[in-house]
Design a protein around this ligand. Structure first.
Ligand code: SF4
Length: 1010
């Protein structure tokens, strides 16, 4: 049978030659059977299109090798059922499970639980089969190899045995079956009059072997191959092995192309000289740049899509004849999707999108994983908030649940929620009072308010908890479908993208069902079922329904560029390490073994040939791009391929884009870009009047941004709420009672006061087991109060210690319920530590220098007690609070003590009005409780057993006297109240940084860590 081998450089008309051959044959014989084999479906579609444009030819089959093999087997009546990918994975999983259970594998046994392991094995087995390596041969090769390879051989053999035992085959076995058919039946492919093999630049083991068999049966075989008959250039090296193999195996007739390559001049120059070792050429000038550098892959993508849009709009290039090829889909595809949507450029990807990355499937996996991770709180709350499930009413219920989880330190598990409900249901409301920062805990639903939430959470746990038994896969799928119905998953699916993902998900479930009916019932636990489902999702893809009626831009990988022709192409990512890609050895099959088995090696692959192929795909326009800054802002070197092209041209070929610079409005590729550029110029031209509304929004946003970037926080965007002053007056006017902690917050940062007191926002802290600072603070205050109040003699340290121990035991036993937290494993130790610190306080503060305690937790302005009235100049305001403790000496003078757990309390803070409590409480002891004259006071730091900010009888440079401190406090109070009533709340970073308990600390633009 004659075999023709047509070798020619890219764009020399090889495919045209094939089409002419087909048409010539059809002219001779209208019924001639013609098959065209190309590498993939994309090329099959392109070949059919070109055939149609050339006048068409009926009854010409265009497909991949496997399409032809399937037809041959079908015609010979040798069809056997083909296992779908999910079935293959399921069989591989079973083989692994059994091998581990029977201790047949050792080295790879540790990978058994990993959902990705079956995908890795599937890829290895597939590659071996494509190279015609049978399990027996592989076993032979690995007999003396590493334990890992011995394990691989056992698993490969086990899988093949299992598949064969069912009378099924997988897709990679089709060439093997076709080979066997062709070997035993010399007429099997004799009906083919012309077999054309076009668009390949290499053949794997099975393809090479079958081509030889086909060449003995098809009447005519025409193979095209890129390169040249005499390979001397590095760019053509990649093709040498393939050509040598074809020449040796098929002894073809070599055909020369007469036509000159049809390439645009710039590309022709590159084609002729890139990687040419004959020496440098004189640098050429070009009309338009072909090399574009941008700061990052995101900007690179933006500039590339702008280039395409320009070609389509201004030069009427058909979008369907444009393509982008990138070396790293994980980096570039999401960026391309995002920017193409903004620019209104329809694109389609050669690859399916990973199913796991679909938002709907992601949410689903998160939901199904909850029982396996013991309902970890963060993940559970994510599921409750997910728009894909109707698990809780969308009325703030999740916020309440989240608050409870934070206060109660619920980290995971139903039990922790149960404990919390028990405590909350049995306790009454702990009213939130303005005591001080250490004691203001967020309020929680308690008593009967907690019960409906408990019922809701119980029903959610019941719904999401799978049966605790081993079930057949079919029953697990039924349970899953039922769960998804109940959480309303299918009702929430609206977008085309989600629909496509759900369709792919259903296919996987269907395949799992089929696999069970074929491979037999296999019972499993929920964990095993979830693992098996995850391994199916891992590696599965989906795509939105085809938009055939629209012209779209193709996005593919560099290695997919061969065999296709376009009017315009862009090659992305030509920076060091990106393309050529950094090669890594195969962790399972080392280079030596790969070479011995005839598999493609993983190191020293000829990426230059790939690049050469890719850049010669265009008939008109070419753009090569690269990012020039790495993630950490360092210079990113161009790759060797970039340098090879750049070396052929002068500066006219290169453009470096500065995205911060204003660009001409006509170059804007989206309305966003146009508005951005107009903002740079401070004017929106009349013809863009239709963008007026967005334009004014943007200007407004710019004004806000400028205000926020200003060093001085002033104006309406920086907390000056004059427009809301009448509402604020209602809140803070008249005889509204004030507290020292609130006013202290205003002095600390007025914006902090606004968000915490006026807007009543609360800080969000990640839940951790045990108590938080405010819970500890409340507990310490309570124990000290009881310890002193219930002592037989509060002036006797021994009596107070005895009473303190009793009070502590009572408080410790009530604390989890009272404050709503769940004790950690360290709770016992924490109690001991707390008691030690409290004992120290009693020892140091009882009877010292003649001071004896006379009042504890003295409330004023709260629960019907009289408030402290302070004259702030023309107005008397009411203040409320709780004095932790008042001591009296033998002379009847007073000392005021305010307990603190930790922290530092400085004179500076007193002067600024941040610390108001001490002078305020001294004044209340004198004026409200009429206890006497306060002459001393301090903050007592319980955990350190030390006094801070001591107010003395006589003021000096080191400390304030009580009267001076009261006067200072009065002035500061007046200033703060004036600021609040005039609606001035500028964010002002406190000296020493923002407090962790400021609710704005996560989003405030003036935040500075302490
Ligand atoms: S984060 Fe800092 S600057 Fe912002 S409101 Fe809070 S305390 Fe003020």
């Amino acid at each position: 049978m004659p075999v023709e081998l047509l070798i020619a450089p890219p764009a020399s008309g090889k495919t045209n030659h094939c089409i002419e051959r087909i048409q010539a044959l059809r002219r001779e014989n209208a019924f001639a059977a013609v098959w065209v084999i190309v590498p993939d479906r994309m090329q099959a579609a392109a070949f059919r299109r070109r055939l149609a444009f050339a006048g068409g030819a009926l009854n010409v089959q265009v497909g991949r090798f496997n399409d032809l093999f399937g037809r041959l087997l079908e015609q010979a009546g040798k069809n056997i059922p083909l296992a779908s990918v999910p079935l293959v994975r399921r069989l591989i999983r079973e083989v692994v499970d059994e091998a581990v259970a029977h201790e047949e594998i050792t080295y790879l046994a540790a990978l058994q639980p990993s959902p990705g392991f079956s995908l890795v094995l599937q890829e290895i087995f597939s590659e071996l089969k494509q190279a015609f390596v049978s399990p027996a041969q592989f076993s032979e090769f690995t007999r003396t190899e590493t334990p890992m390879q011995l394990d691989l051989a056992r698993l490969f053999g086990g899988y093949q045995e299992r598949l064969g035992g069912m009378g099924w085959a997988d897709g990679d076995q089709v060439p093997l079956l076709a080979g066997s058919l062709l070997e035993h039946d010399p007429q099997a492919a004799a009906w083919i009059d012309l077999l054309v093999v076009d668009g390949f630049d290499s053949f794997n083991g099975s393809q090479g072997h079958l081509l030889k068999l086909l060449s003995g049966q098809a009447a005519d075989l025409l193979i095209t191959f890129p390169g040249s008959r005499k390979i001397t250039r590095r760019a053509h090296q990649r093709f040498r092995e393939g050509i040598d193999h074809l020449v040796n195996e098929l002894q073809p007739q070599l055909v020369d192309m007469q036509e000159q390559p049809f390439l645009p001049p710039v590309v022709e120059l590159i084609e002729r000289h890139v990687f040419d070792e004959t020496g440098p050429i004189e640098k050429q000038s070009v009309e338009k740049p072909i090399l574009l550098e941008a700061r990052s892959p995101a900007e690179e993508v933006r500039e590339t899509l702008r280039w395409f849009k320009k070609l389509v709009v201004r030069e009427q290039v058909d979008l369907a004849e444009c393509a982008i090829f990138s070396p790293d889909p994980a980096v570039y595809h999401p960026l391309l999707r995002e920017v193409a949507a903004e620019f209104g450029v329809p694109i389609h990807f050669s690859m399916d999108e990973p199913l796991e990355q679909s938002p709907a499937i992601n949410a689903l996996v998160n939901l199904l994983e909850l029982p396996a991770i013991n309902f970890r709180t963060r993940r559970l709350l994510n599921a409750l908030r997910s728009p894909y499930f109707n698990l809780v009413p969308q009325d703030g219920t999740v916020d309440t649940l989240e608050r409870i989880s934070r206060v109660a330190r619920i980290v995971e598990g139903m039990e922790q929620w149960e404990e919390t409900w028990d405590r909350l249901e049995r306790s009454s409301d702990l009213e939130k009072q303005d005591l001080d920062d250490e004691r203001n805990a967020p309020s929680l639903p308690r008593g009967p308010q907690a019960s409906p939430l408990r019922d809701l959470m119980d029903s959610i746990f019941k719904l999401l908890t799978p049966p605790d038994e081993e079930l057949p896969q079919r029953e697990w799928i039924g349970w899953l479908e039922n769960l998804l119905e109940q959480v309303g998953f299918f009702d929430t699916i609206e977008s085309e993208r989600d629909h496509a993902a759900i369709e792919a998900f259903h296919e996987i479930l269907g395949a799992l069902l089929l696999s069970e009916s074929v491979a037999g019932v296999h019972t499993m636990t929920y964990e095993q079922f979830f693992n098996s489902l995850q391994s199916m999702l891992n590696g599965a893809g989906y795509r939105e329904s085809s938009r055939g009626y629209r012209r779209t831009l193709l996005v593919g990988r560099i290695q997919e560029a061969r065999g296709l022709r376009f009017k315009a192409i862009a090659l992305l990512g030509l920076s060091e390490g990106s393309f050529p890609v950094t090669e890594r050895p195969d962790p399972f099959l080392d280079e030596e073994l790969r070479a011995a088995l005839g598999l493609e090696t993983r190191l020293n692959r000829d990426q230059a040939g790939l690049f050469y192929q890719a850049l010669t795909r265009t008939d008109e326009h070419l753009l090569i791009t690269r990012p020039y800054l790495s993630d950490d802002g360092e210079d990113w070197e161009p790759s060797a391929f970039w340098k090879a092209v750049a070396g052929l041209f002068d500066d006219s070929a290169l453009v470096r884009v500065n995205s911060d610079a204003a660009r001409p409005l006509v170059d804007a590729a989206s309305s966003q870009e146009l508005l951005f550029s107009a903002l740079h110029r401070k004017v929106l031209p009349k013809e863009f009047k239709f963008l007026e509304e967005r334009w004014s929004h943007l200007q407004h946003a710019r004004t806000i941004l400028h205000a926020r970037q200003d060093q001085q926080a002033t104006g309406e965007f920086e907390g000056s709420l004059e427009r809301a002053s009448s509402g604020l007056l209602e809140l803070y006017g008249g005889d509204v009672p004030w507290s020292a902690s609130r006013l202290g917050n205003y002095a600390k940062c007025p914006f902090f006061f606004l968000v915490s007191s006026t807007l009543e926002l609360e800080p969000i802290e990640p839940p951790e087991l045990g108590m938080d600072a405010r819970q500890v603070g409340s507990m310490l205050h309570s124990i000290l109060e009881r310890g002193y109040a219930e002592a037989s003699d509060p002036a006797d340290p021994g009596a107070v210690l005895e009473s303190l121990h009793k009070a502590a035991q009572k408080e410790f036993s009530e604390a989890p319920r009272k404050y709503g937290f769940r004790p950690s494993a360290l709770w016992e130790i924490e109690q001991d530590q707390i008691l030690v610190n409290l004992e120290k306080t009693v020892e140091l503060l009882t009877g010292d220098d003649g001071w004896n305690p006379v009042a504890f937790e003295a409330r004023f302005g709260l629960e019907g007690t009289p408030a402290l009235l302070i004259d702030i100049g023309g107005e008397s305001i009411r203040l409320r609070g709780v004095i932790d403790r008042v001591d009296r000496n033998d002379e009847g003078q007073l000392r005021v003590i305010d307990y603190k757990t930790g922290g530092t309390y400085s004179k500076k803070d007193l002067e600024k009005g941040v610390l108001l409590q001490l002078p305020l409480y001294a004044m209340a002891a004198r004026d409200v409780f009429k206890m006497g004259t306060p002459v001393s006071g301090f903050y007592w730091i319980i955990n350190r057993g030390e006094a801070q900010l001591k107010l003395k009888e006589v003021s000096n440079r080191v400390s304030y006297g009580v009267e001076d401190a009261i006067e200072l406090m009065r002035k500061n109070l007046a200033g703060s109240i004036r600021g609040i009533r005039s609606a001035q709340f500028p964010p002002t970073t406190p000296e020493g940084g923002c407090p962790f308990y400021c609710p704005a600390s996560l989003w405030c633009w003036r935040y500075e860590g302490g």
